[in-house]
Design a protein. Sequence first.
Length: 433
Amino acid sequence: MNDIEVIQHKLEQAIEQLEARFLEREELIRILLLGLMAGENALLVGPPGTAKSQLARAVAQLFDGGRWFDYLLTRFTTPDEMFGPVSLRQLKLDHYVRQTDGYLPSAEFAFLDEIFKANSAILNALLSILNERIFFNGQDKQQTPLRFLIAASNELPEDNEQLEALYDRFLIRYEVEYMKQMSSYERMFQLTDEPLAPVLSLSHIDIVRNASVKVVLPETLIYMLYQLKTAMEEKEFRLSDRRWRKIGQVWQTSAALNGRTEANVWDTVFTPHMLWDLPEDYTTLHDLFQQAFQETLKAETERELPLRRYDRIAKHWLAQEDALHAFQFKKEIGARLSQEEQLKAKANLEECKLELEETARELQGKLVQWLQREKDLPGYIRNRNFLVLQTAHYAVKYTHLRIQGERTLQSLQGLYRTLFDRELPGIEYDYTL
């Protein structure tokens, strides 16, 4: 196995451990691991007692050797508590320097609870740590080793410019709710508190990030991003340019994790959790994303099932149906036509006949191949992105494409029957499958 295949296997082990410990958190677990590999910060919003801090700590435990820092912030929290005390020895030399060892600037993994309650002195230092991974220690710029920071809050910031700047630095947002299923409550009392076994290393993160830089974002995904941006702005949702760029980088990371050098539509599935500012907007934004997803999926499958070309051919000849049918009718009743009109109409009709037959046969062949794939669409989707959940739900999107193709085939058959008064030869497609 190559490095990426090894990392995939270890991530699957990590997911299995986390899912056994944190019930009804399957999607969140995958999003956090993807965000970690992409170097993005995550914000968990939800009431107390939803295991936010436990999950953050457990994710860090999966990595062998990473230093951990966590803190509950209040408006009285001082910079010393977060970034380390001022060095008295350096202060005697007129140098204002903090001893950061053991504090946030020296940690690889961090969890900050109630982050929006921090005061301005802490917020200003956090902004550069979260975005550039830099801590301004006196006159020095200290590069922090921070790989992943998870923050939590019971409430979102009010209209405060400083808090908005901090909020914008959390690309991944997830609303964590209490468990809902009876089976989860039954299993809850059997859960262990033993630390998780480390299965990953910091070097694995570096391998994925180095690979993600080389991943190409194809034109279809760039258009999808712009299409989504436009649809959101029509409904008065706006994201900063920084967040759009980071969304694209997460897609690149997903592709790298799946061993690809080009991103595809399946790398975008967790995007709705990167779009909202208020949890109540998630449903609307999710719907907008699904529309863009379906259009992009259709565009990406054009080589395998070129629906747009087939549909264009069908519409072209349907637009000429009246003229072609009129020529047939005039010919049957013996109406007089000039030689030029006859030759032109006859050639057009022959072209129509040949193109309808050729297109219908090709489309039928593509649909039969598509039906073969549908026998194991969940497996096919998982091969595209091993992190995808609810593969059966996404399989329906492929079925929708096949149904569009069947409608086009029926249009071609119907037009052929109307114009030539017989069934389209060579077409024996079973629409009941």
